[in-house]
Design a protein around this ligand. Structure first.
Ligand code: PHE
Ligand code: ZN
Ligand code: ZN
Ligand code: ZN
Length: 264
């Protein structure tokens, strides 16, 4: 797996902060800061060679969007999926919750492109709308996906609140030993401790586990600015973003089976 510099995902998080600041202070469903966030992510992925889809849905009288991006290599019948919600609450910019996860998987995806990776399995990434209103976007995605397509998803990894300043140990949640061990292997290789956490159905992994898909996710430590006005760029830090991003890339490489080049 690549070693992704801390500043790469921080740079995306700074862009999400700027988007919020320029759009009334938030990136919530139905607000202009959400659409600008989706456009930002899609443009980066399009430029990197992903096959992207902006999937619209309607909720609470407003249009929401999911951004889906697939790397067009590897067995399309075996999909390894990484996801993060892209919306925030109206109270603030939503940077730890969840520009952090959105930026981490965006940068992991861009690393796949930079490496021109040829995984055995198919890598797909999703940025979900309206999570804060009840997992609306991810539930729309899984519900409207044909059953045959759903059955191709081998695993779903969730990244929600992964940048909190001060974090030195990560939480891992999982219903599948292999997926949990994959995250634990990354952190243990860096000498970082993990702990099991249980977040139940409080994030988008629940939209996948509902259909029997194996799920896991990581979470950073305590966030005193949770759902508050102070969840700004100063609520996250480069060290934490760097490890969450590299954990995402490690999991993508490992689970999708990207060959390690020996002696290249
Ligand atoms: N961030 C989720 C939400 O606000 C909840 C959550 C808590 C997710 C803890 C992961 C870890 O909707
Ligand atoms: Zn190609
Ligand atoms: Zn939230
Ligand atoms: Zn969240």
């Amino acid at each position: 797996p690549p070693d992704i510099p801390q500043d790469n995902s921080m740079a995306h998080a700074r862009q999400f902060q700027s988007i919020a600041t320029a759009n009334g202070g938030n990136r919530a469903h139905g607000r202009p800061g959400y659409r600008a966030s989706a456009d930002y992510v899609k443009a980066k992925l399009d430029a990197a060679g992903f096959t992207t889809t902006l999937q619209s849905f309607s909720y609470n009288g407003a249009t929401g969007w999911n951004v889906i991006a697939e790397w067009p290599h590897g067995d399309a019948n075996q999909v390894v999926f990484l996801g993060a919600h892209l919306d925030g609450v109206t109270a603030g910019a939503g940077i730890n919750d969840n520009a952090s996860g959105s930026s981490s998987i965006l940068e992991a995806a861009l690393a796949v492109s930079r490496a021109d990776a040829r995984p055995a399995k198919r890598l797909r990434f999703g940025w979900w709308g309206a999570e804060e209103l009840g997992l609306i976007g991810s539930a729309y995605y899984t519900r409207t996906l044909a059953a045959t397509e759903r059955s191709k998803i081998r695993s779903y990894l969730n990244f929600d609140m992964v940048g909190a300043k001060g974090t030195r140990t990560w939480g891992v949640y999982t219903d599948n030993t292999t997926l949990g061990n994959t995250f634990r292997a990354y952190f243990s290789s860096k000498g970082i401790a993990t702990r099991g956490v249980s977040i139940g159905g409080r994030s988008d992994h629940a939209s996948f586990s509902r259909y029997g898909i194996a799920v896991s996710g990581i979470a950073s430590g305590n966030d005193p600015c949770y759902h508050s006005r102070c969840d700004t760029i100063t609520n996250i830090e480069p060290y934490v973003m760097g490890h969450s991003t590299n954990a995402a890339a490690y999991a993508a490489w490992t689970l999708a089976g990207v060959p390690n080049l020996v002696g290249a």
